[in-house]
Design a protein around this ligand. Structure first.
Ligand SMILES: Nc1ncnc2c1ncn2[C@@H]1O[C@H](COP(=O)(O)OP(=O)(O)OP(=O)(O)O)[C@@H](O)[C@H]1O
Length: 537
């Protein structure tokens, strides 16, 4: 039992020990638990802190990433810049290389130029020595130029004299004969004639100088025998029907030059009605058909323009008159024709002719003259009646006065160009005028003035042949009185005889040819001509 007791006390002791140990363990456990709780709190706090730190780190990381990206971008830009700069540098390097080459060559050039300057300075000093010599030469050359200019002016004066001499040798009165072509209106059905029958037999044998015209006719006499007639005439120039206005003007243009040189020139168109006088003088509206008046005016303007370079200045004025039934009308005027009284006045001192109350128009261009001519033409056609084609029954006188001054030589000159379209020259019976008093008066006036013109020219011819006291009957007609100053002295006269090609006009043509021959055999002044008279076979 004791052992039991001992064992129990032992057990109790061990139990007590165990209880104590348990209590200690429990205390330890509590401590440990407390420590555990503390530790888990601490851990929780640490975890939170770590989480916060992680967030911060994450934010920092993202910022760093952005910064890195930005830095990378910057780096790229910098790299691009760098690349560009590198290229610029290489370009600059090559430019520098070129520049240094250029500099090198410039330096070489500068050196060469310096050498040239040195050489030039040497030459300059030599030149300055010869400069004064050249100055002297220049003075001599200038004197030569002045002398040559004076010679040109002298040559112009000589040319004028020679031109005038040539014109005088050709004769101061010249006669041209022009046969117009046959027209469709000449072959009207009522005439029932073929062209060959309608045409007069006219031949032009002188194919070289074109100076002859021969008319032929054949008829039966009372005995039934055939009679052949031939009439030959010779003039300064004969124009065949196919001749152009230009060909006719070529012959006249010399006289236009004379007018600019200060001479009085008269060109008459003579012939029966319808023979082509107006066509010759005024012409048509095309360049090819334009007549002598517009061509002459154009040439006067051209010649005066050319002479401007030789120191001449010209003033030109024009007048256009009509003489109808011995009454003067102003074709450039405004009032009704045949109403105003115009008087002819001659200034013996200046040799100028004026017509009272007649318009004298300053001329500036050939276009202006064309307008004036058209104006005159329309005035005449207004005055014409059905019974009376006025332009055929009146003389028209276009006068262009030209005054020239040469400031360099002090010379002056004054000339006139009269272009006269004469009234139809047909005789009384042909015009059918005998039964009509007005027509009769017209025809008598025309015939009187035309024969007065013939008489004046013949008298001038006689005077030229030595009869210095010969009276010239200028006053016998208005036409000759008006043209007095342009027909005498050193004037030049051209008569263009217009002929119809028609057989029915043969007698009229013969009359015209005889009148023209009378004029052609006349000489004025010193000029002499050789002409053959018309031969009646
Ligand atoms: N060389 C020519 N070439 C072509 N046609 C011409 C020529 N000559 C004259 N004619 C024509 O003949 C006709 C008569 O001519 P123009 O009127 O010139 O004659 P004229 O003699 O002036 O007559 P008038 O005395 O009636 O005025 C006109 O139709 C004209 O165009």
């Amino acid at each position: 039992m004791d052992r039991e007791r001992a064992k129990l006390s032992e057990l109790e002791e061990s139990h007590m020990a165990l209880t104590r140990e348990l209590a200690t363990a429990r205390t330890q456990e509590l401590t440990h638990r407390r420590e555990l709780v503390d530790a888990s709190d601490e851990m929780e706090q640490m975890r939170k802190r770590h989480t916060r730190e992680l967030d911060e780190l994450d934010t920092q990381m993202r910022r760093r990433d952005r910064e890195i990206r930005e830095l990378k971008d910057e780096l790229r830009v910098c790299q691009d810049d760098l690349e560009r700069e590198r290229q610029t540098v290489s370009t600059l390097k090559s430019t520098i290389a070129h520049q240094s080459d250029a500099q090198l060559s410039l330096t070489t050039q500068v050196a060469a130029m310096r050498a040239q300057i040195d050489a030039l300075q040497g030459q300059l000093s030599t030149s300055s020595v010869s400069n004064s010599t050249l100055g002297l030469q220049l003075d001599t050359e200038r004197k030569k130029v002045a002398e040559l200019e004076r010679q040109v002016l002298d040559a112009e004066t000589v040319r004028r004299k020679l031109h005038n001499m040539v014109q005088e040798l050709k004769g101061n009165i010249r006669v041209f004969c022009r046969v117009r072509p046959i027209l469709p209106s000449d072959l009207i059905p009522s005439a029932l004639k073929l062209k060959e029958q309608a045409m007069a037999r006219i031949a032009f044998p002188d194919k070289l100088d074109h100076k002859e015209i021969v008319l032929n006719s054949s008829s039966e006499n009372a005995m039934g025998q055939e009679r052949k007639d031939e009439w030959a005439f010779s003039f300064d120039r004969v124009f065949e029907p196919q001749s152009t206005q230009m060909e006719v003007f070529e012959e006249i243009s010399q006289l236009v030059q004379s007018c600019a040189d200060g001479y009085n020139v008269c060109v008459f168109a003579y012939g029966q009605t319808g023979s082509g006088k107006s066509f010759t003088m005024e012409g048509g509206h095309t360049d090819a058909t334009v007549g002598m008046i517009p061509r002459a005016v154009q040439q006067v303007f051209r010649v005066t323009e050319d002479l401007r370079t030789k120191g001449w200045e010209y003033k030109m004025e024009g007048q256009f008159l009509e003489i109808y039934n011995e009454t003067i009308n102003d074709l450039l005027g405004k009032g009704e024709l045949d109403k105003k009284k115009h008087e002819i006045k001659h200034d013996t001192r200046t040799g100028r002719t004026t017509v009272t109350d007649a318009n004298v128009v300053a001329l500036h261009s050939s276009a202006q003259v064309r307008t004036l001519l058209a104006q005159a033409q329309s005035r005449r056609s207004v005055a014409a009646t059905l019974m009376n084609e006025r332009s055929s029954r009146s003389h028209s006188v276009f006068t262009l006065r030209i005054r020239g001054m040469n400031a360099q030589t002090g010379e002056t000159c004054e000339g006139s160009l009269n272009l006269v379209d004469l009234a139809g020259s047909e005789r009384l019976e042909k015009s059918g005028a005998a039964s009509d008093r007005d027509r009769l008066r017209e025809t008598q006036n025309i015939n009187r003035s035309l024969s007065a013109l013939g008489d004046v020219i013949a008298a001038l011819g006689e005077k030229g042949d030595g009869k210095s006291d010969k009276h010239i009957p200028y006053r016998n007609s208005k036409l000759t009185y008006l043209l007095q100053n342009s027909l005498s002295g050193n004037s030049k006269t051209l008569m263009v005889l217009n002929l119809s090609p028609l057989a029915t006009h043969l007698n009229e043509s013969l009359c015209s040819l005889r009148f023209a021959t009378k004029v052609n055999n006349t000489t004025i002044g010193t000029a002499k001509k050789q002409t053959k008279p018309g031969i009646s076979a």
